[in-house]
Design a protein around this ligand. Structure first.
Ligand code: PGA
Length: 260
């Protein structure tokens, strides 16, 4: 059993009004206040609301150990890019993290590995930790190409001068996101080992953090987080329900507690 803390990232995606965000953060803060100190000792909790909610959520979590992250950033410096958000702006809004290359962006915004790589450069230059998402589709997995695909994706999504300490790789099988289906823990462990090997081979010893995402719930979080080489969880749908999200954080923290 490891004693290292485990990352739990809540990706709110395109959900939330000001009042819903207040209720969600309030629900988490309540649980934190009622015996939650052990949980946050072992779980590093990051909330990634949509851009308009970053500042109000940031203000609400100021006195808590919760951290703030964006869901995307531009690869460009601040300037004439209507609709874009620069990495430095996320930093200024209180973010320590940014999700990059989520499969929904790769699909709907046609983000290539090269585009993601440029964003990682911008994010790290702004002092953000980049959470770089990779994962295979059902067709790729059925073809027996999952490990090759995901390895190619991660290597092509990171710049040569990547800062390992400011990088988290999120393995998110596309077929698992929002579906209720998850790979078995041995499959997750195998993919994390493959990713870590590739990162070490190309970019050096790290330390590299590799987290899992896709249909994580309170009921499966502990088993997944206890898997070898799993440094945390990226949570979508369940991060919108304070009870469920806190249940995930609790389950994760138990996997990091040394038994008496
Ligand atoms: P999910 O999403 O937990 O709803 O499957 C995960 C993600 O997209 O990051």
């Amino acid at each position: 059993m490891s004693v290292s803390s485990c990352l739990v990232v809540g990706n709110w995606k395109m959900h939330g009004t000001l009042s819903e965000a207040a209720a969600l953060v309030g629900g988490l803060a309540e649980r934190l206040a009622t015996g939650g100190s052990t949980v946050v000792r072992h779980a590093e909790i990051v909330l990634c609301p949509p851009h308009p909610l970053l500042v109000p959520v940031g203000q609400r979590i100021q006195e808590t150990p919760f951290r703030l992250g964006g869901q995307d950033c531009s690869s460009a410096e601040p300037g004439p890019r209507t609709g874009e958000v620069a990495a430095a702006m996320l930093r200024d809004a209180g973010c320590g993290y940014v999700l990059l290359g989520h499969s929904e962006r790769r699909t709907h915004q046609h983000e290539s590995n090269a585009a993601v790589r440029a964003k990682v450069v911008a994010a790290q230059a702004a002092g953000l930790t980049a959470i770089v998402c990779v994962g295979e589709s059902t067709a790729v997995r059925q073809d027996g190409q999952a490990e090759r695909h995901v390895t190619d994706q991660v290597l092509a999504s990171l710049p040569a001068a990547v800062d390992a300490a400011a990088t988290v790789v999120a393995y998110e099988p596309v077929w698992s996101i929002g579906t209720g289906d998850t790979p078995g823990v041995p499959d997750i462990e195998a993919m994390h080992a493959t990713l870590r090997d590739a990162l070490v081979r190309i970019h050096g010893p790290g330390p590299w953090r590799v987290v899992y995402g896709g249909s994580v719930r309170a009921r499966n979080a502990g088993a997944i987080a206890a898997g070898g080489g799993v440094d945390g969880l990226l949570v979508g749908g369940a991060s919108l329900q304070p009870g469920e999200f806190w249940g995930i954080c609790e389950a994760v923290s138990l996997t990091r507690t040394v038994p008496p």
